[in-house]
Design a protein around this ligand. Structure first.
Ligand SMILES: NC(=O)c1ccc[n+]([C@@H]2O[C@H](COP(=O)([O-])OP(=O)(O)OC[C@H]3O[C@@H](n4cnc5c(N)ncnc54)[C@H](OP(=O)(O)O)[C@@H]3O)[C@@H](O)[C@H]2O)c1
Length: 309
C-alpha cells in the first residue's frame, strides 16, 4: 500500500480542482491510525496525522504531521483550531497504566473541546471491553459494565463524546490484519519464536475486527457529513464471527509462521481472574448503515490468501 500511495502521488493523481476535506487523525502512527492515514490520503482527503512519539512509516512521509501530547488539553484544543479539520478520527490511547487516565479520558476531553470549537465531526474509537462479558452477543442497547480499568476509562471517554452533535462512537473488538501482526499478538510471536508453548484463553470470546474493514467503515462514515444538530450515534464494529482467543491464534498461526503445536488452550479461567469471558458483539446497526458487513476471521483469511497465492 505504501508503494501505491507514492505511485499515485508521482502520477499526480491526487491533484484536485477543489480543496479536499481535512481529516485529522489522533494516534496516527498506531496500528489503526497509520493504515487509516494512508487509505484516507489515497481516497482524496487532506490528512493531518497527529503524532506523539512514534513517527509515521517512512513510506508515508508525504502525509502532513503535527506533534501533540493529548494529555495536555489546552494544546490539543489549540492544535485542532489551527488545523480546522472537517472530521477528527480519535484513535489515540495508551497501554501504560500510569498514562491511561490522562490519555484516554483527559485526552478525549481535549479532543471533544477542540471539535466543538471548529464544528468538526468526531469519530471516536472505543472498545468491546466496556462490557463485563457475562452475556456475550452484545448489541448497542445493552448496558456496559466494564471489568477492566481500561474498559472503565474507555466508557468514561464515550460519555464525554456522547453529547456531541454528529459524533460517532465505534466499538471494535480485537483489531487484527492478516498481513501484519498486531501488537496484541506479540506475546504469541515471542514465545513461538523461542520454541516455548503459549497458553491462550479458550474461554474468552471476542468478535475480532479486520483492520481494513474497520478503516473502510471509518472512511464511509467520515464522508457522510451528517446534519449539524444530529445526535451522536453508537455502533458496534465487531467482525461477523465470534471466536475464543485460542481459536483466533490458531487461525492466524499459518499466516504468521507460528508452530500451532505450541499454542495451548486454557479451558477455564483461573479462580479470581477478573477478565470478561464473552464480549462478542452484534454489529447489525453498522452493517445496515454501511450496506455491508465487517467480515469474520475465516472469511478475511480466505480473501487474503486468494490475493497472495
Ligand atoms: N488494537 C485493538 O485490538 C483494539 C481493540 C478495540 C479498540 N481499540 C481502540 O482502537 C484505537 C486504536 O488502537 P490501536 O491498536 O491503533 O492503538 P496503538 O497502536 O497502541 O496506537 C495508539 C496511538 O496513541 C498514541 N498516543 C499514546 N499516548 C499519547 C499521547 N499522550 N498523546 C498523543 N498520542 C498518544 C500512540 O503514540 P506513541 O506510540 O507515539 O506514544 C499511538 O500512536 C484505540 O482507541 C483503542 O482503544 C483497539
Amino acid at each position: 500500500m505504501y508503494d501505491q500511495i507514492r505511485e499515485m502521488e508521482n502520477e499526480n493523481n491526487l491533484t484536485r480542482s477543489e480543496v479536499p476535506p481535512t481529516l485529522l487523525i489522533t494516534g496516527a502512527a498506531g496500528f489503526v491510525g497509520r493504515n487509516l492515514a494512508i487509505r484516507a490520503k489515497m481516497t482524496g482527503w487532506r490528512v493531518v496525522a497527529l503524532l506523539h512519539r512514534t513517527p509515521l512509516p517512512s513510506a508515508a512521509t508525504s502525509i502532513e504531521t503535527r506533534v501533540c501530547d493529548l494529555s495536555n488539553e489546552k494544546k490539543t484544543v489549540q492544535l485542532i483550531q489551527e488545523v480546522s479539520p472537517d472530521v477528527v478520527v480519535h484513535c489515540a490511547y495508551s497501554k501504560e497504566p500510569d498514562q491511561q487516565e490522562k490519555v484516554i479520558v483527559a485526552g478525549t476531553r481535549g479532543v471533544v473541546a477542540g471539535v466543538k470549537t471548529v464544528g468538526a465531526r468526531l469519530i471516536h474509537l472505543s472498545t468491546d471491553l466496556v462490557f463485563c462479558g457475562s452475556q456475550g452477543a452484545y448489541a448497542e442497547e445493552d448496558r456496559p459494565a466494564p471489568l477492566l480499568p481500561y474498559g472503565a476509562l474507555k466508557l468514561e471517554a464515550e460519555e464525554l463524546v456522547r453529547p456531541l452533535c454528529r459524533a460517532i462512537i465505534l466499538r471494535p473488538s480485537l483489531i487484527y490484519d492478516p498481513g501484519e501482526a498486531a501488537p496484541h499478538e506479540s506475546f504469541i510471536e515471542n514465545a513461538t519464536r523461542e520454541n516455548r508453548p503459549v497458553t491462550l484463553h479458550g474461554w474468552e470470546f471476542r468478535s475480532p475486527t479486520d483492520r481494513s474493514d474497520l478503516v473502510q467503515a471509518i472512511l464511509h462514515l467520515a464522508s457522510e457529513g451528517g446534519a449539524p444538530d444530529a445526535p451522536s450515534e453508537l455502533f458496534h464494529a465487531g467482525g461477523a464471527s465470534s471466536l475464543n482467543r485460542y481459536e483466533f491464534a490458531r487461525a492466524l498461526a499459518p499466516l504468521r509462521g507460528y508452530d500451532q503445536q505450541l499454542i495451548k488452550k486454557e479451558e477455564a479461567p483461573p479462580t479470581g481472574a477478573a477478565r470478561p469471558a464473552n464480549c462478542s458483539l452484534i454489529s447489525h446497526r453498522l452493517r445496515d448503515r454501511l450496506g455491508w458487513e465487517l467480515r469474520g476471521v475465516y472469511r478475511v483469511i480466505e480473501d487474503f490468501l486468494k490475493g497472495v497465492l
